[in-house]
Design a protein around this ligand. Sequence first.
Ligand SMILES: Nc1ncnc2c1ncn2[C@@H]1O[C@H](COP(=O)(O)OP(=O)(O)OP(=O)(O)O)[C@@H](O)[C@H]1O
Length: 219
Amino acid sequence: MPIFVGSQPKPMLVTNQLTFEYGPQKQFTFPDVTCADREALLILGRSGTGKTTFLHLLALLLRPKTGAVTVNQTDLTTLSPAQTAAFRARHVGLVYQKPHFVSSLSVLDNLLLANYLANKPQNKERARELAEQLGFREQLAKKTHQLSQGEQQRVSIARAVMNQPDVILADEPTSSLDDENTNRVVALLRQQSEQIGASLIVVTHDQRLKDVFKNRVNL
Ligand SMILES: Nc1ncnc2c1ncn2[C@@H]1O[C@H](COP(=O)(O)OP(=O)(O)OP(=O)(O)O)[C@@H](O)[C@H]1O
């Protein structure tokens, strides 16, 4: 259940007049979005409209040309690159379109890497608990490339919530999945974000998610 401050939910992530360009031929002006504390927001757009770009701006993996991104009342655009990386590691959980793992490490060590990058003690118990909940407990000792695509997706979700972030950002988490696995992944994202009290933002072109999320923005 969302927690309300007075009659208004507290904003967790807010963008203001974000623009970006890859070059003079590729310029973007994004709509302002607000995601309240502990709420879920779906950002829908066709392929090529800049969804990944937008998500990377929200995480400040890309710096906007103009505008601001505020997460939990911190304007990320005012932080240095080192401060941004530290803030992201502690407060933002990212589920990438294609999973990025360190292939030489086991599944367990990929999860623990999230703790390391956030400068937090390695929490094996949490990694095991998440693996149990997300159904890959038996795979922890394997290398990530030995997992199926669906299993890798679930490891990505676990890694994103290892540090109990304020916000989870997911890029096209369901586009390559069948209906059954789509429902499963959405349920897991929702369940995990509710469990840790995080806001959840999903960007996608997957129209199947349209009716699952009450709050929606079109890119
Ligand atoms: N590094 C880059 N340099 C130049 N152009 C880029 C770069 N990355 C993306 N683009 C272009 O910007 C546009 C938006 O890309 P983006 O990946 O954000 O779209 P998307 O909506 O996520 O697409 P998809 O749903 O197909 O993944 C595309 O036309 C893409 O070719």
